[in-house]
Design a protein around this ligand. Structure first.
Ligand code: GUN
Length: 283
């Protein structure tokens, strides 16, 4: 079977072009969408992600404020920073880059963000609204995956979607969004027995495991759509996903590459959430 490579770079560019138009319209009203990014410590992956977010904001004409702290920052100091950003009318979105140092309670920090500025979609209010299908900031990676499927005309309705991974950031919410699109959803995780027999039933397989090239073709039904959320380094230090692309290519109908698949969509959806938040200020 020939496999179509899903082009996340191209789809994300289309979304960013639309966001740029919305930014330009807001500027005519005297509003510059503003994203505050809080980065703590020296995690090199986090630094790379944050740099890309800032660069994209600036390319789209949005304001991007980086609040960078050493990992000696106390939880109290972080909560004070969030409080200031909550009350700053020039800031429409607040993103605290995860993971946080061990002495800071991640849940407390997420709870402190005003839900009207929760462009990551991690606050329990955002998650609750998403679960019941009400308007909410949707978490960026899961929303980006849904947008990719839409772009390629892949309708989850009636399909069996299998999600491998149950993180709060990706696995759990992407399953919920697929459920809202009328898929039948199964979750697999590290304690799942005989995972292959389940993933082999998937019409849509989402791999959000965090293990380099874990999924080979023995996990994949011929003709399945395979979405790879992984961001790992292989034995040569090269960026790779959770799916062994070379092995699965030819079995799947559609596949996302790493890099250039889901990754660029995450940033595009963050930009969309931020501009949407700024637009609320108009009404
Ligand atoms: N760390 C890894 N991915 C993300 C993300 O999407 N948002 C935040 N805030 N931290 C992350």
């Amino acid at each position: 079977m020939s496999t179509t490579r899903i082009d996340g770079k191209a789809v994300s560019q289309k979304i960013k072009d639309q966001v740029k138009k919305r930014v330009d319209r807001l500027k005519q009203e005297g509003i510059v969408p503003g994203l505050a990014v809080v980065l703590i410590g020296e995690n090199s992956a986090s630094h790379t992600y944050v740099k890309n977010k800032k660069k994209t904001c600036e390319a789209l004409g949005m304001r991007s404020d980086l609040h960078q702290f050493p990992d000696t920052l106390t939880e109290h100091e972080l909560l004070s920073t969030i409080d200031e950003l909550n009350n700053d009318p020039a800031i429409h979105g607040i993103l605290v880059q995860l993971p946080l140092p061990a002495h800071i309670d991640e849940f407390k920090v997420i709870l402190a963000i005003d839900p009207s500025k929760d462009v990551d979609g991690f606050h329990p209010v955002s998650i609750g609204n998403m679960m019941i299908g009400k308007e909410a900031f949707l978490p960026c990676t899961p929303h980006g995956i849904i947008k990719l499927l839409e772009h390629y005309g892949i309708d989850p309705k009636g399909k069996h979607a299998v999600v491998i991974g149950r993180s709060n950031i990706v696995g759990k919410p992407v399953g919920q969004l697929l459920l809202q699109k009328d898929a039948t959803v199964t979750y697999c995780h590290s304690k799942t027995e005989d995972m292959e027999s389940i993933t082999k039933q998937a019409d849509i397989l989402i791999a959000a495991i965090g293990k380099a090239k874990f999924i080979d073709r023995s996990y994949v039904k011929p003709g399945a759509v395979v979405i790879d959320v992984g961001m790992n380094r292989d034995e040569d230090g090269k960026l790779c996903g959770d799916v062994d692309f070379a092995d699965v290519e030819g079995t799947a109908s559609y596949m996302t590459p790493v890099p250039g698949g889901v990754g660029p969509m995450t940033i595009a959806m963050l930009m969309e959430n931020t501009v949407q938040s700024a637009e609320y200020g108009l009404t």
